[in-house]
Design a protein around this ligand. Sequence first.
Ligand code: GLN
Ligand code: ZN
Length: 775
Amino acid sequence: MTSPSIPVATLGAPRIGPRRELKTALESFWAGKITEAELLERAAALRVATWARQKAHGATVLPSNDFSLYDHVLDTSVMVGAIPEIYGWGGGVAPLSVAFAMARGAEGETEAACGHAHGAGAPAQEMTKWFDTNYHYMVPEFRPGQRFQVASHKPIEQYLEAKALGYETRPVLLGPVTFLKLGKTKEPGFDPLDLLPSLLPTYMHILRRLNASGAEWVQIDEPCLVLDLDDRTRDALRQAYGTFAQTLPNLKVMLTTYFGALGDNLDLALSLPVAGLHVDLVRAPEQLEAVAAKAPRGLVLSLGVIDGRNVWRADLPKLADRLRAVVAKRGADHVQIAPSCSLLHVPVDLEQETALDPDVKSWLAFFVQKVEELAALATFLSGDKTAAAPAFEASARAAAARKASPKVHNAAVAARLASVTESMARRKSAFAARAETQRRRFDLPRFPTTTIGSFPQTGDVRKARSAHARGALDDAAYETFLRAETERAVRWQEEIGLDVLVHGEFERNDMVQYFGEQLSGFAFTEHAWVQSYGSRCVRPPILFGDVSREKPMTVGWWRYAQSLTKKPMKAMLTGPVTILNWSFVRDDVPRSDACRQIALAIRDEVLDLEKAGAAMIQIDEAALREGLPLRRGEWDRYLGWAVECFRICASAVADATQIHTHMCYSEFNDIIAAIALMDADVISIETSRSKMELLEAFRSYRYPNQIGPGVYDIHSPRVPTPEEMRDLIALARQRLDDAQIWINPDCGLKTRGWAEVKPALANMVAAARQVRASA
Ligand code: GLN
Ligand code: ZN
């Protein structure tokens, strides 16, 4: 295809490589197997390949500095010298070891069941989710009076690196205002935005050097523009971009927003003295008209029309129809075609998937395919319809096939969804009555002890699973192995005296995948990895169609485990909201409908478990909070259907059946009403690190149901003593009634080793006994 006259930008590319080459390189380096020079060489090779790939598939505005060895927010902290003292940076250019210490702690990271890592030695910086994605960034740290100084020239180095290869790129920087807003401070009452005047000179230094090196444009990302902003932030944006325009009049800034609508920030964004504005027209298609109508004549509009957050192939003719008028009105030299956001969040190349159902495959587009879509769209809109025709025809065919496919649409599921009634989401009796029934049934001691579900997934367990997947271990041998592991775990739980047992989840590869693989409507890939943080990648299931459950998914393992013991065996399920939030979700029905379909399937599983005799059933909703919309005004709607979906799963059972749920680390203050509406009989939460402060929300709300606040920090290999856990229980008792309290670890134990888990849980049981004896 000849290159279109309308520019094609990608905003950013996946960093990990088609075969996770970056992961391999990083982990080899951390393990001491390769040198720093070798790591840097491999990273450079990935950048070269990525530029070449984008160019070959039709991108004309290539990004640079979108690559990062670990995280672009961390890179920004290093760039401006926002490096806390403990990392031992003495000024000047910061060595790589400083950045890795910030990322992983001085002694490297450990993993936890919730997927979050925590440094073991000099602590890693805090990590949190990048807006509403599953990408995690390292949280910058700020203090009053902080000075900034350039400690990395990476943006310039990578710009020049591309230039030397013959690529003229548009360097990407995280904007100063979003950067400050993403940071945290230990100083109460201090607003990091106060630091803007002292931060700006470092940005100006970098921008000036980029400009002097030949960069005509830079892309500055300010995704904070899609959030609810206060006046201070608005002023900060005016100040930052006013300063850039004044001091660098020859540098063109593409101010880049994504993950939502500009909404009430539209006028502000359009008033900033920048040369271009990028808007997300996938999350917020409706803003196209307003943006186009209000944008000043000379402003270049970057139209983010290809979904950078999801894996679906676009309907190109439909998009072209939608954009034609805007392009005609503004002129080809004042628009650019782009993905909604950086393509960092999608897998690299669909062509690597050789085992996918060919129909499903034909509906998908990953990074490489999305670049092709952008190019075809730009070609068409530039007027070369013939050149774009093959891509447009294929796109239209795929869209029509997907719309009509029986693999996507199941009339029985639609009928069932339509018949959901309010009473299906209501338990038979209120909590107080259920609690009494359950108390008589279980006759548990006060402060009953339990765990969250998984036990260590040892090397042996992983080896057996991969041998089974490869076909090297047959079904019967694998089953025998898993039974032995389960039996050992059950016996051991009995021995140490836990009150409520679990089967250990040895048969599960992952808490979402395990269910997705047994439900229709989900597809799984071989290589469709996306970066979660640093070298960690996830391979989310693809929810492409109506969800149904052919047969029970967990009953066999539960029944086997219960047959080994007289103690209650808690059954273990993943909840619908978590399955949804950790998958690539279909874009042809509302998220809430997709979630309700999953909820109905899980509801059936709950009933089958109850029928088999399960008296306690845990439905994990680890990712409930993660799904919260970026704008406050949209929270109630989300929480409304999310809670309803949980209740659809949980409400079919008898009063005597005890429903548990579990949530990983969450702030509860602002969602406590929704948590209470979930009405689980027991909720276990992560609290040990917060010294039980997270219980404050439950106390002040007078949360009535039972709670298991975690007393054992499973993120650390350290074995807590009975005394410290007793102290934590004492703190919990200040905030809750004794009758509400369960004793459990913070989260599942699958990433820990038995050597720590055994003494830690034995100590936990001892702590519970001490409290019972003295209370
Ligand atoms: N039941 C799951 C486990 O124990 C819960 C994990 C999670 O909350 N992330 O592994
Ligand atoms: Zn958890």
